[in-house]
Design a protein around this ligand. Structure first.
Ligand code: ATP
Length: 279
């Protein structure tokens, strides 16, 4: 039996460069792994895929589950049966902009490589992950990265360690597909200056970088869930260094030092709150 953690991510920035001929959006995002994680246990079985799940209401436990799809993609890539039984404990809220499903897929791919002692390279694992979802390669690599292309082209950045993170997940879910489709009808005019931010982060000039963090999908998500704006305002008033929506929402994250964590977490009362750290 093998245990793997599937850590969530937040978007320090999210920019959309345009719609590609293949239907995907060209993105440029600075992504950060956080400690909040689902837990997986993997066991060898003779063939096929089995999945059981606790938590995660409304998430399917059949071949529609990204953990299941990752196992199938892994088996296909290796051309062998490599049966696996997956037991998944969900802690990352779903459809929240935290890549919960992609994190599970990445954990299955990393885990099956270890379980069957195959020594596939990280690049090979990412190639498998890419077919399952655009965020899966980042969830395999983790840390702090610039993600380009449709999210699969990764450049490692200087890790942003030791920040506390408070998450607020307001009621209501936003489907990623809906957010991108709605964005296309009225694209943003202000974009995050990712190159400048990367430079600032590399020099440890965090305060300057934080001021530049932004997410072009925030405007779209706000129309559906106005509570996102309340969470941001309350987090900032309570002393957050930065407060921003992650991914296509609806989770809002605050980065802070340890000192302000409690008051930031207490400032929002009508959302699910998680306290975690950058990883
Ligand atoms: P992203 O930030 O990549 O847009 P997200 O956090 O908004 O991701 P997820 O939680 O990854 O969204 O998943 C959203 C959809 O994927 C839901 O409709 C859910 O039913 C489906 N799904 C399939 N497998 C999983 C899984 N293992 N965990 C969570 N959601 C899953």
């Amino acid at each position: 039996m093998l245990r793997e953690l599937a850590r969530a991510k937040i978007n320090l920035t999210l920019d959309i460069k345009g719609l590609r001929a293949d239907g995907y959006h060209e993105v440029s995002m600075i992504m950060q792994t956080i400690e909040l994680a689902d837990e997986l246990e993997l066991k060898k079985i003779s063939s096929g895929v089995e999945l059981s799940m606790s938590g995660g209401e409304n998430i399917p436990t059949d071949e529609r589950n990204l953990a299941w799809q990752a196992a199938l993609a892994f088996q296909k890539f290796c051309g062998k049966s490599l049966g696996v039984s997956i037991s998944l404990t969900k802690r990352i809220p779903s459809a929240a902009g935290l890549a919960g499903g992609s994190a599970d897929a990445a954990a299955v791919i990393r885990g099956m490589n270890l379980l069957y002692e195959l020594n596939l390279t990280e690049d090979e694992l990412c190639t498998i992950g890419e077919g399952v979802g655009s965020d899966v390669p980042f969830c395999i690599v983790g840390g702090t990265c610039l993600a380009e292309g449709r999210g699969e082209r990764l450049t490692r950045l200087k890790p942003i360690k030791n920040f506390s993170v408070v998450l607020a997940k307001p009621r209501g879910e936003i489907s990623t597909a809906w957010a991108y489709k709605t964005y296309d009808k009225s694209p943003a005019t202000i974009h995050p200056p990712n190159e400048t931010i990367i430079e600032q982060l590399s020099c440890g000039n965090y305060d300057a970088a934080f001021k530049n963090f932004s997410n072009v999908l925030e405007g779209v998500a706000l129309k559906k869930i106005p509570a996102i704006a309340d969470c941001k305002r309350k987090f900032l008033n309570a002393g957050a260094k930065v407060a921003l929506m992650s991914g296509s929402g609806s989770t809002v994250f605050a980065l802070t030092d340890e000192l302000h964590v409690k008051q930031i977490a207490a400032s929002v009362t009508d959302a699910q709150i998680f306290i975690t750290r950058t990883f």
